[in-house]
Design a protein around this ligand. Sequence first.
Ligand code: SF4
Length: 386
Amino acid sequence: MIETNSTCRMLFNGGLTINPDGRILLCCASTQKELAHISDIDNLNEFYNSSLLNEIREIMKSGSLPEDWCFSCIKWRENGERAAIDDWVKREIKWNQDDVEYHIINFLEFAPSNMCNQNCAMCGSVYSSKWIEWDNDALEDGLTFRFKEKHQYVTNFHNEVWSMNDKDLQKIYDVLPNVKRINLKGGEPFADKRNYDLIRYCMKLKNPPIISSTTNFSSIPNEIMDLICDYPKFRMGVSIDGTDKVYEWVRGASYKQTIDNCHTYMKRSGNERLVATATPTIYTLYSLDDYMLEMKSLGFKRMQFMSCTSPKYVSVEAEENIENYNEKYKRFLASYNEVDIINPENLYKRKYDVSIKKSHVRDWIEFMNKKRGFDIRDHVLELSKF
Ligand code: SF4
């Protein structure tokens, strides 16, 4: 079969995304609707070949992306931005020329729970168990703009730890022998000990899959450090978006401890195997050049920049003069060498979003200041304008 502009590899030779609450999604960018719940299906490969998935394949084969499911990629393309279908999906999933009648899952992205040991400023209780109490506090403080019924996938309030039950987790184990790539997500992937068992299980497979995961690395038990260093195909990202107090305000963990853990991993596995993964927000926007210089001096050889557009009130797109920063970072990157940058455009292709209310940005800063015990505006003076 010939690959076209609309045949997403996720559906052809790819796989599925399973959220910690068991909802099965087409991919991590397809967040408006779920395909099914893992408890309602018997077998993931069978489901991957169900009439629902085949209908989506047929739409793609006929030359368009299904709007209901692939709205994110459609919008990214319309805006001239790099869409998942053209970007990381192609990097991670190979195209198969053969016309297969039965599709085998090669790629799985999943999290067995939303257990986390951090409460980052741009996260919420859907993805971090540590946010449950704080989201309650935010509600009590009247920050109702944070909770929108329609936006249930990112920040909407969730008041319990989500955890996949053993029966559903077994359905994942059932397909692992054929899987070539796993994206282990969270919560914090290493906060849930069941992921240790899963890594051990994969290690013993005839063809261990590539496992990629992004950790906060703020606290790593020796047991898991040994496992990830010994696993032959582990691709590790560490979430660091700023330095020192800015990092500590955004992520709520000790900067020194995180860097020490990075160095322990680098010493054992090599500097190339650890990618510093930054999600620029309005809090880190103003010092991304200093941040990149520091990452380089700490020995990172690879960096990745993500785009955070939800919740909007933490986004860099709240900055009216974003064009100035786009220019600044474009110039900076021209002379920044020795470090590979994945998705550099997330540093300089951002647009001001007039719909972001300054009062929401300010209220969220005030709330997080209270929680962290210090004022981020003492370290990022530019935030005083909100
Ligand atoms: S949203 Fe994009 S990446 Fe996801 S399945 Fe659709 S086209 Fe593929």
